[in-house]
Design a protein around this ligand. Structure first.
Ligand SMILES: *[C@@H]1O[C@H](CO)[C@@H](O)[C@H](O)[C@H]1NC(C)=O
Ligand SMILES: *[C@@H]1O[C@H](CO)[C@@H](O)[C@H](O)[C@H]1NC(C)=O
Ligand SMILES: *[C@@H]1O[C@H](CO)[C@@H](O)[C@H](O)[C@H]1NC(C)=O
Ligand SMILES: *[C@@H]1O[C@H](CO)[C@@H](O)[C@H](O)[C@H]1NC(C)=O
Ligand SMILES: *[C@@H]1O[C@H](CO)[C@@H](O)[C@H](O)[C@H]1NC(C)=O
Ligand SMILES: *[C@@H]1O[C@H](CO)[C@@H](O)[C@H](O)[C@H]1NC(C)=O
Ligand SMILES: *[C@@H]1O[C@H](CO)[C@@H](O)[C@H](O)[C@H]1NC(C)=O
Ligand SMILES: *[C@@H]1O[C@H](CO)[C@@H](O)[C@H](O)[C@H]1NC(C)=O
Ligand SMILES: *[C@@H]1O[C@H](CO)[C@@H](O)[C@H](O)[C@H]1NC(C)=O
Ligand SMILES: *[C@@H]1O[C@H](CO)[C@@H](O)[C@H](O)[C@H]1NC(C)=O
Ligand SMILES: *[C@@H]1O[C@H](CO)[C@@H](O)[C@H](O)[C@H]1NC(C)=O
Ligand SMILES: *[C@H]1O[C@H](CO)[C@@H](O)[C@H](O)[C@H]1NC(C)=O
Ligand SMILES: [Zn+2]
Length: 569
């Protein structure tokens, strides 16, 4: 999950980072800086085989919270790190990934399921299976430029550094076919850019303020016959083709080109009428099954359910310990600790049912959460499982970023088109989080509430949403650093000018990539929120002061998800 930063903007940011780093390195206490830099070097050098060392927090089992305490007080970093170490172990045993379709993923789901079965027997644990497309690309796709009477054949390779082009994930197949070539002006983020593409192969550059998938939607809408993305070449790291990711339901043949190949095609299209030949052979296998897991309290009104979710999968590139192991394991600790408090007999149970969910396949476009929301609006869904039975969705994705912010989704920044009745409550949730941070003398920041994570489909269906996010590839500003340093103490403010999670979607997203101080505070805030909502006398009215409208999840709901972002490299 992350804000969209156009490629060009990123270049500016990179430049700014350089300048800021220079200033900061002078201003900062030298010892502090070198400690943090060292840590970042370690992060960057980590190759996934990192040995796990979490110092004094190493433990072999989680501890029951004291039976007289409350949920907020029950959150301890040692319990959280215990689970993250287990995930790291699972990833280490499974080629350093927990992406869907790998052993690392199914082991993660089993881990959550089995841990709850043993440690939270008073919760109802349910698996929700669904299907994901499985395919391979057969042979080498073909891309030929025909111009001025001669052919130029481009090199296909899955080794991106050596290739002129590669296929886009979930490209449609195409037998060898000739298409006229047309260049899409600007970044192709505006419908006006797509007016002349019908029946042709459309060539579009990476970047701008929209995603691969959004460009693909427009290409489809304006009847392009094939789609060719090319890298923008603004830095040496953006010369090779990238893996462009499309929706599973995509029907356009699509490839992604290097900067140089893209330039050749642009020149040819500029000079004469050029055409391309394209061939992509896809072999479809039977789809494979993956599972969401949800754990429900047996107490509380089933038609007034608080849903707390995070995703259980990682990207293929790494073990996904911060993204999104940190959110998923936060929810595991919340669920276990609430279950233990409920069992203790001293804790007042909430009037509302709580449903903790681990969504599968977030990293391929919020697929698990969308599936769940769609099933919840299926007219044959039973009471308790219907959209109207859900009062709120709290989302916890990345909570332990190493150069973290204590980030709160800004309810006021919900996208236009968000059902109005979901707005007030979402703003209240933001304010409840930020005032908790204030009361505890902690710094915080509002972060974008764009629907780029698993709460997206719930919010789009009119359900109040909120959550926390410790940051991905955003940059920490000097102002932020100073504010964090002031509240948290010397050496705790992080590094200005550096991104919040340098291992975002990389192999080095290991347990060493977690800031334990920030992580613990974030999960305490999440626990506080649940307890606060659970104890309200009239949560429905608190969340929906002007009443609730029933809203259907738009048909063909299209997530503006992190997955579809341009993966600049
Ligand atoms: C329970 O939670 C509240 C709210 O965060 C906190 O102020 C209080 O100290 C906690 N502990 C107990 C034992 O009530
Ligand atoms: C996809 O299909 C191939 C070929 O049948 C199979 O080897 C592979 O395990 C499948 N992938 C998954 C995740 O099931
Ligand atoms: C260019 O390649 C296409 C597709 O393979 C082929 O049909 C055509 O004859 C070639 N033209 C030339 C001039 O080689
Ligand atoms: C996308 O395609 C690449 C190969 O080009 C593959 O390695 C990767 O696993 C795919 N990712 C997803 C999420 O399917
Ligand atoms: C390409 O465009 C020309 C007109 O500019 C048209 O005659 C030709 O049929 C088109 N070719 C394809 C493959 O669409
Ligand atoms: C795209 O094709 C459809 C079906 O042929 C047609 O109804 C629609 O008007 C076309 N749209 C554009 C923008 O060309
Ligand atoms: C192609 O033409 C456009 C304007 O028509 C121009 O801006 C662009 O620089 C040209 N690109 C190349 C590679 O020739
Ligand atoms: C939930 O169901 C109870 C009775 O089963 C009913 O009194 C209450 O109004 C319902 N609440 C909502 C929000 O539908
Ligand atoms: C709706 O739910 C029923 C019963 O669980 C199921 O058979 C059906 O496939 C679902 N429909 C959709 C569109 O998922
Ligand atoms: C929250 O979002 C609103 C609407 O986009 C914006 O005006 C406001 O400045 C944001 N608040 C913060 C603290 O970023
Ligand atoms: C709900 O939000 C609207 C628009 O932001 C605002 O005008 C209204 O006062 C809010 N209502 C309550 C009860 O907070
Ligand atoms: C981590 O999980 C959260 C919660 O599901 C999700 O919103 C977010 O997109 C994930 N983070 C990233 C960077 O994918
Ligand atoms: Zn991610």
């Amino acid at each position: 999950m992350c804000s969209v930063v156009g490629s060009f903007v990123r270049i500016l940011i990179l430049f700014a980072i350089g300048v800021v780093l220079l200033i900061v390195s002078i201003a900062l206490n030298a010892a502090t800086l070198s400690t943090i830099n060292k840590r970042f070097d370690e992060i960057k050098n980590a190759n996934g085989q990192t040995t796990v060392s979490i110092g004094s927090t190493t433990r072999t089992t989680t501890q029951p919270p004291s039976s007289s305490g409350n949920l907020t007080d029950s959150i301890r970093i040692a319990d959280l790190m215990y689970h993250l170490n287990e995930l790291q172990r699972i990833a280490n045993d499974a080629s350093n990934t927990r992406a869907i379709g790998t052993r690392g993923f199914s082991e993660t789901v089993n881990y959550i399921y089995n841990y709850l079965a043993v440690n939270a027997p008073n919760l109802n644990v349910v698996r929700q299976p669904f299907l994901v497309k499985n395919f391979t690309v057969k042979g080498n796709p073909i891309l030929i430029l025909s111009s001025g009477g001669s052919n130029r054949t481009f090199t296909y390779s899955t080794n991106l550094a050596r290739s002129d082009f590669t296929y886009a994930n979930y490209s449609a197949p195409i037998a060898l076919t000739e298409f006229n070539l047309t260049v899409v002006p600007n970044y192709g983020c505006d419908p006006a850019d797509w007016q002349n593409v019908a029946g042709q192969a459309a060539l579009v550059v990476l970047g701008g303020i929209c995603t691969f998938a959004e460009k693909c939607e427009l290409a489809n809408k304006y009847n392009a016959s094939a789609l060719l993305y090319y890298n923008h070449g603004l830095t040496t790291a953006s010369l090779a083709p990238v893996i462009a990711r499309l929706r599973q339901v995509n029907t356009l043949p699509a490839v992604c080109l290097s900067y140089a190949a893209g330039q050749e095609l642009v020149r040819a299209a500029n000079m004469t009428s050029a055409s391309i030949w394209l061939q992509i052979e896809i072999e479809n296998y039977p789809p494979f099954m993956i599972e969401n897991v949800c754990a429900n309290t047996k107490e509380g009104n089933i038609n007034e359910t608080i849903v707390i979710g995070g995703h259980s999968d990682s990207v293929p590139a790494g073990p996904g310990i911060n993204d999104n192991g940190s959110g998923a394991m936060a929810i595991l600790v919340l669920a276990t600790n609430l279950a233990r408090l409920y069992q203790s007999g001293n804790y007042i149970k909430y009037k509302y049912r709580v449903r903790f969910c681990w969504w599968a396949a977030e990293e391929i476009g919020l697929v698990g959460a969308i599936y769940h929301a769609q099933q919840a609006q299926n007219s044959s869904a039973i009471i308790g499982n219907r959209l109207q039975d859900y009062l709120i969705n709290l989302n916890y994705d990345m909570l332990g970023s190493p150069n973290y912010m204590l980030g709160v989704y800004n309810g006021s920044s919900a996208k236009p088109g968000t059902p109005p009745s979901a707005r007030n409550g979402s703003i209240r949730i933001s304010e409840t989080f930020s005032s908790w941070f204030d009361r505890n003398n902690l710094p915080w920041d509002y972060t974008d509430f764009s629907g780029r994570s698993d709460y997206g489909p719930f919010l789009a269906a009119g359900i109040v949403a909120g959550g926390l996010f410790s940051g991905a590839d955003e940059t920490k500003t000097p102002e932020q650093r100073a504010r964090y340093e002031e509240k948290l103490g010397l050496g705790q403010g992080g590094l200005a000018g550096a991104i919040l999670d340098p291992c975002y979607h990389k192999a080095c997203d290991t347990t060493d990539n977690i800031n334990q101080l920030g992580y613990e505070k974030m999960v305490q805030a999440a626990a506080y929120m649940l307890e606060y909502l659970g104890r309200l006398d009239d949560l429905p009215t608190w969340l929906y002061p002007n009443g609730r409208q029933t809203t259907e999840l738009p048909e063909n709901y299209f997530p503006n998800s992190d997955y579809f972002r341009d993966v600049d490299s």
